[in-house]
Design a protein. Structure first.
Length: 413
């Protein structure tokens, strides 16, 4: 039975599996979903940036933002139709078969896995087939309302087991590393923190002393992003500002109903998924993220890049990007009053918005450009590949070893 539904885009110089011609090791990226989100943006950035040194391909469980973006960039993309977020023994077994077939087909030298389901199944397949793997944890939602109790109960044991099957575990924040260590996932020698990063862009916010400042939030409509809290806080501040909510998801309809119940529907714009987030941020005055749980959200870095002041829940690794009172406000998660006060302070004070926005922009330039994230990740790849090559790491008999010729500056920073 052919489980694999593959969509392959040819690259200049040949198709997937040409590393014997180019002399480049092969890397296969896997992420569970293709929706527009932080993990998918991260995978796309890495896949694009690694092409000078590696043959890259990407696999995911559905069509969406990531598959379209990969095709536009001539990155080979594969859709594994049974790879899904929900736990389903039958579908998960089929997804494992799809991943197994794909690895056998592409014969990668390294797997880089993202999100729980893809990370668990592909680490197991890689272990059996003798392919080393690196796993990035983008979020830890277990134990929150964002996932079921069943999934939360499974998460720790599954992550601890799968940690034995990979060579490195990357967290995108120091807070994430503390969570992973606290759950006794993997040995300390496998754990490394590499902050998320973004490419710079020319679209910058032009803050002005307007009487109708625009507040923007970019996030999927799910329980963990707490749009409910934001709408209630927004309803309690003096009228004047507008609120723009960018994104889509299962809670959107109920949030639109809540806006009507609160009498603020004329002040709130539900914009859905957008491809012009940078442009929307450039026409905003304040960015807000009312999450209950985060590691280091890409959306906050996008706002800092645009030169916006940020209001965010003080959860996870958010405080590693937002310094309270300097480039934004950190508020207690779940506090309507604290969020409303921060919104009021920033929407009323243009000078404060300008000062915080400039500070955030400078911090982004200093610490969160994608070049640093790419360099450190590239260093992890070469460290794993060369250490296993020198130590005779196990490989599938069908996988021909690729010549290893790392650049001179491959070491991690």
């Amino acid at each position: 039975m052919n489980f694999l539904k593959a969509v392959e885009t040819k690259m200049d110089g040949g198709s997937v599996g040409t590393s014997l011609v180019t002399g480049k090791p092969r890397i296969l990226y896997l992420v569970t979903r293709a929706e527009r989100g932080g993990a998918q943006t991260h995978v796309l950035d890495l896949a694009c940036s690694m092409r000078p040194d590696f043959e890259v391909s990407v696999a995911t469980g559905e069509e969406g933002f990531l598959t379209e973006a990969c095709r536009e960039r001539a990155i080979p993309i594969y859709v594994l139709p049974h790879l899904q977020r929900q736990v389903s023994p039958v579908a998960d077994a089929r997804a494992f078969g799809e991943i197994w077939q794909l690895i056998r087909k592409l014969r990668p030298d390294l797997l880089h896995l993202h999100t729980f389901k893809a990370g668990f199944l592909a680490r197991l397949a890689g272990r059996i087939l003798g392919i080393p793997s690196v796993y990035t944890i983008h979020a830890w939602l277990y134990g929150t309302a964002a996932v079921s109790r069943f999934s939360s109960a499974l998460s720790g044991p599954c992550e601890r087991l799968a940690a034995r099957w990979c060579e490195r575990i990357i967290t995108v924040s120091r807070a994430g590393a503390r969570v992973v260590s606290g759950h006794r996932i993997g040995s300390p020698s496998k754990l490394v923190t590499i902050h998320n990063g973004l490419r710079d862009c020319c679209e910058q916010a032009k803050l002005s002393p307007t009487e109708t400042p625009v507040i923007t939030m970019v996030a999927r409509f799910i329980e963990g992003k707490d749009h409910d809290l934001l709408l209630r806080a927004f309803a309690s501040i003096p009228k004047g500002p507008r609120l723009r909510l960018v994104g889509d998801g299962p809670t959107r309809a109920s949030m639109e109903s809540l806006a009507r119940e609160l009498g603020i529907q004329e002040q709130v714009d539900f914009l859905g998924n957008r491809d012009d987030v940078a442009s929307l941020l450039a026409t905003s005055d304040v960015f807000v993220l009312a999450s209950r749980s985060e590691m280091l959200p890409i959306s906050i870095l996008e706002a800092m890049r645009a030169g916006l002041p940020v209001i965010a829940s003080d959860v996870g690794g958010v405080g590693e990007a937002i310094a309270h009172g300097e480039n934004g406000f950190l508020v207690p998660s779940g506090s309507v009053s604290a969020l409303a006060q921060a919104l009021t302070d920033l929407t009323k004070d243009y000078a404060l918005r300008l000062r915080m926005g400039q500070a955030g922009r400078q911090l982004f330039i200093d610490q969160f450009l994608s070049a640093s994230m790419q360099k450190r990740t590239r260093g992890i790849y070469w460290d794993v590949l060369l250490s296993l090559g020198a130590g005779g790491g196990k490989r599938s008999p069908s996988a021909a070893p690729a010549p290893m010729h790392p650049p001179a500056n491959w070491q991690t920073a």
